[in-house]
Design a protein around this ligand. Structure first.
Ligand code: TNX
Length: 521
């Protein structure tokens, strides 16, 4: 039936169908209301059928069976006389509803009906459950701001692919995107810059137009609530101690003012790794605790991402206050200083019932005790962390960096040279051989993630082009039970299903990379 991601098991009765019409209703007990609402709002809108709920409504029965199924698992039975969708929890039920929509055909992905008759579901039984609990996508809303409406639309796109974590990269050198009431200059100053670099790490070539924007706390609460209705957790990232020039531009006292004139800095207009990192003074620790106080109020996510990537240590080497901290804490070097800094926030978060996750550089100088790791520079960091008993999200840039080109050729819009094709993503295996041979360590791989950095994507059309169709392949890697040996994967079979899936994306209005790309626009 061309489902993406492929379900665990699937059995169809050929040429038998359940017809949906104006009389088809939804029937379900407590805990199924959210999925009923979603079905009515989306499938109802696309089909023009009322799909009314309530006593006497019949046709599509929704049920929860927590004693029988895992929370994210579901079973979908369609017979000629009715549909029964059972979820282990509301999440499983919701993922089952996504499958149901795919079974109705691409037209069910529109927002208004082209026809009101002839809707039918094929008779079948699907049993399904995800491989990984963390099936994430990073959206970098810092390098280029993505307006709220686009983020909400992305949550719908993630849900349609059974992806359940949106990692929002909210701060970086080039922009601070989260309103912090106590420190308004973070968005007033750090939310804006006067131009962007156009090439890849090639200073000098600028577009000479301003960029910026930020989300109010209410915007973010809305995003979190909209995500929760779709069984998606929003993980906020506040990147420290590197990738922080926007914050330093707003509050120069956060930078290494004893070695550079931080008051002269502005929100960065270049891409790459930036030398202007946070200082390690008490005032900076307090500042970020206050920031995180507000962040925790907005985001209920258990994990809070604190970055930790690409923090050059030159300024700390020169800074008397950083050196004093190294002495005071009896640290060996600047790597240990970064580790000390993150450990502080690891225990600060732990005291508030949260957990720190950071990029794999946080392994250098020693991993904070409760920290989880996003392994981006290949698998090695993730393997080391998992073997040491830390949780890991595998997101190696060699496979799942969606800012890398989708095909060779200088006419591809992403100036980043590496090529990660749809097939490369499909053949990505989150568990490398070193972990497949070590089940105890492998159990610490809580999931996988695709990362979309937006240095070169200044609107949602660009984001669509780079995200899709690759996110469809990634979703199958994260959800389905594919052969772990990449060479054994049925790429041709997936490619054939993609032909059907592209029609779904068309109906949703996703401007994915055409098969015979690059894009014509
Ligand atoms: C590395 S991945 C970065 C990002 C860039 C990305 C570009 C990571 C933790 N750091 O800051 O946007 O490469 O591909």
């Amino acid at each position: 039936m061309d489902l993406i991601p492929a379900p665990v098991s699937f059995g169809a009765d050929a040429d038998q169908f359940f017809p949906l019409d104006a009389g088809t209703g939804l029937d379900g007990g407590p805990g199924t209301e959210g999925v009923q609402r979603w079905l009515r709002d989306t499938v109802g809108a696309a089909t023009g059928l009322p799909l009314s709920s309530g006593p006497g409504a019949a046709g599509i029965a929704l049920a929860l069976a927590p004693e029988e199924l895992e929370p994210e698992a579901y079973r979908l039975r369609v017979s000629a006389t009715g549909v029964v969708l059972t979820g282990g929890g509301p999440a499983g039920l919701f993922w089952g509803a996504q499958t149901l929509r795919q079974l109705l055909g691409a037209e069910a992905f529109r927002r208004a009906p082209l026809k009101r008759e002839g809707w039918r579901l094929p008779c079948l039984t699907v049993e399904d459950a995800p491989r990984f609990g963390w099936r994430g996508v990073l959206l970098d809303v810092s390098r280029h701001f993505l307006p709220k409406a686009d983020v909400l639309r992305y949550l719908d796109l993630l849900a349609a692919h059974k992806l359940n974590v949106l990692h929002l990269h909210l701060t970086d050198d080039q922009g601070w995107r989260v309103e912090i009431k106590r420190y308004p200059k973070l968005t007033e100053v750090g939310g804006w810059r006067d131009r962007s670099m156009v090439g890849y790490r090639s200073a000098g070539n600028r577009d000479n137009r301003p960029h910026g924007g930020f989300y109010t706390q209410d915007d973010l609460r809305e995003i979190v609530a909209y995500a929760a209705e779709r069984q998606i957790t929003v993980v906020p990232e506040i990147d420290i101690p590197g990738h922080a020039q926007a914050a330093i531009a707003a509050y120069p006292e956060l930078g290494n003012h004893d070695v550079v004139d931080t008051a002269a800095l502005s929100t960065w207009t270049d891409w790459g790794v930036n030398a202007n990192v946070l200082n390690v003074e008490d005032g900076t620790l307090r500042f970020y605790e206050n920031v995180l106080d507000e962040v925790l109020e907005i985001f209920p996510s258990r994990f809070v991402h604190l970055g930790g990537d690409e923090c050059p240590k030159e300024q700390w080497k020169a800074s008397p206050s950083a050196q004093a901290r190294i002495k005071e804490q009896e640290l060996a070097d600047e790597d240990e200083l970064q580790s000390w800094f993150l450990r502080h926030f690891d225990s600060w978060l732990a005291a508030r019932g949260r957990r720190l996750i950071g990029w794999d550089e946080i392994l250098e100088g020693g991993l904070a005790p409760g920290a989880a790791v996003s392994s981006w520079r290949g698998y090695a960091g993730g393997v080391a962390a998992a073997k040491a008993g830390h949780d890991v999200v595998m997101c190696p840039e060699q496979y799942v960096y969606l800012d890398h080109r989708q095909a060779p050729g200088d006419d591809e819009p992403a100036p980043v040279g590496w090529v990660r094709t749809l097939e490369d993503v499909y053949r990505f295996e989150p568990l490398p051989p070193a972990l497949r041979q070590d089940p105890e360590a492998a159990a610490h791989v809580i999931g996988t993630q695709a990362n979309l950095w937006t240095e070169f994507m200044d609107d949602v059309r660009e984001v669509d082009y780079h995200a899709f169709p690759r996110l469809a392949a990634f979703a199958e890697v994260a959800w389905s039970r594919l052969p772990q040996e990449p060479a054994e994967r049925d790429w041709a079979g997936f490619d054939a299903r993609m032909a059907v899936h592209r029609a779904r994306l068309d109906a949703l209005g996703v401007e994915y990379r055409p098969e015979d790309g690059p894009r014509p626009w």
